[in-house]
Design a protein around this ligand. Sequence first.
Ligand code: FES
Length: 75
Amino acid sequence: MAYQNSPHIIDETPGLKYYCTCGKSANKPYCDGAHDRENTGKTPTEFLVQNNKRMAICDCGKTGNPPFCDGTHSK
Ligand code: FES
């Protein structure tokens, strides 16, 4: 699985999350350890979600505001 040219829109729940930044996870937008297995040199973005909320998580790997989509994929 590779990077996509659109964000993952998810209804997130509170807690500490690890979002994939390598594009190889089979469980996007979450890290599944593929970055290590495939020696991508990337690490997941750790983020503490405080409340239930809808989030747009970057999946193009180019955002300037990880883990969130900042629209860079469409530029
Ligand atoms: S699987 Fe992509 S960062 Fe962990």
